[in-house]
Design a protein around this ligand. Structure first.
Ligand code: KG4
Ligand code: ZN
Length: 362
């Protein structure tokens, strides 16, 4: 039998995406990947507006699917299964994707595979590098931040995570407070390159507490207070803005690096034979964060994997891949598949609280 071809659909936040992949678990290739962002729709509101996002997904999703098929040079007849993000995320967006996937599955007579968005991120190192289980994963995005031991396609153990905001959210809020464009991560990172990270002293939350839980909400308050202390009337000088960004980013880097050091120590106790850490999620696109994590990994004798930038942020290929893992294991869903706003990867660990841009943390 030839390797299965999977169509993947993603619409859980503010990117509408579809992709086609072909292969087997640990050995898949991306045939096409189409992402349609919504940044300009949400820009006037300074953050993602769920109703606007849901409507834009519903309008764009079938176009993204058609484009992904055409880029791959395939039709629905060549597809073996349809994978779709069934949660966690903004419910209107997730529903758009699930309804679209159900329509395709019924219309083309294809198996339907519901996928956890976070599993999509967490399994990305298997798509990009064929990483073997287990490995340590730092998932850092706009809605999530957690350390996971990835033991199998549906087997995740959380070692720690944010108790309030996700780092991507903190970058987005920082950009809003400094009148920089959304999404905040890339614009704050660009400003930080011109700034002095030592000029302002930002806190390093939770470093005084043991374990690898993280917190980022205090950083935002500190940024606001420091910004107000240097503003003249309503004006913020160019250099002040750059220094604020550099100071903020340096604090995030320090916190992530130290907590990663601790997560690695816990991981090596569990899995001394598999020294690998991978990062995923939109914040993993940040070069300063990547560099710091790479150093921590090397200091502790771990190999380090970071996906290419286009596979760090939300995309359909990771959903198609997570779907391939389930499909290859004989797991499919039926028309009762539900869209789930909350869906923690590790069902055993207690829920982490906090309202992210995608709602309560999973
Ligand atoms: O994984 P993702 O595309 O969506 C979620 O699942 O949340 O992550 C989006 C988040 C946004 O908050 C964005 O500001 C952040 O990732 N991000 C970055 C960078 N690029 C994107 N944060 C820091 N530095 C970056 N270069
Ligand atoms: Zn994501």
């Amino acid at each position: 039998m030839t390797a299965p071809v999977i169509l993947g659909i993603e619409s859980s936040c503010d990117d509408t995406a579809a992709a086609v992949i072909r292969g087997t678990p640990g050995a898949a290739e991306i045939l096409s990947s189409v992402v349609s962002g919504q940044a300009e729709l949400h820009a006037p509101f300074g953050g993602v507006v769920p109703e606007i996002a849901a409507r834009a997904h519903a309008e764009k999703i079938d176009l993204c699917v058609a484009e992904a098929l055409s880029e791959a040079g395939l039709t629905l007849r060549d597809i073996d299964a349809v994978a779709v993000t069934a949660g966690p995320g903004l419910i209107g967006g997730v529903l758009s994707g699930v309804m679209c996937a159900k329509g395709i599955a019924i219309g083309a007579g294809l198996p339907l595979v519901g996928v956890n968005h976070l599993a999509g991120h967490a399994l990305t190192p298997r798509l990009t590098d064929g990483a073997a289980f287990p490995y340590l994963m730092l998932l850092v995005s706009g809605g999530h931040c957690q350390f996971l031991v990835v033991e199998g396609p549906d087997n995740f153990r959380r070692l720690g995570g944010t108790i309030d905001d996700a780092p991507g959210e903190a970058f987005d809020k920082t950009a809003r407070l400094l009148a920089l464009p959304q999404p905040g991560g890339p614009s704050v990172e660009a400003e930080a390159r011109r700034g002095d990270p030592k000029r302002f002293a930002f806190p390093r939350p939770l470093l005084d507490r043991p374990g690898c839980d993280l917190s980022f909400s205090g950083l935002k308050t500190a940024l606001l207070r420091t910004r107000d202390s240097v503003m003249e009337g309503h004006r913020l000088k160019r250099q002040d803005r750059a220094d604020l960004c550099a100071g903020f980013q340096a604090a995030v880097v320090d916190v992530l690096a130290e907590k990663t050091r601790r997560a690695i120590a816990e991981y090596l106790e569990l899995e001394p034979e598999m020294p690998l850490i991978a990062v995923a999620g939109g914040v993993a696109a940040n070069q300063a964060i990547r560099a710091a994590l790479e150093t921590v990994a090397a200091d502790n004798g771990l190999a380090f994997l970071a996906p290419p930038l286009s596979l760090c942020t939300d995309n359909g290929a990771m959903i198609a891949y997570a779907g391939l893992e389930r499909f290859s294991g004989g797991e499919v869903d039926d028309m009762t598949l539900k869209a789930r706003p909350r869906w923690p990867l590790d069902q055993q660990s207690p829920a982490l609280l906090g309202g992210g841009k995608k709602g309560a943390k999973a």
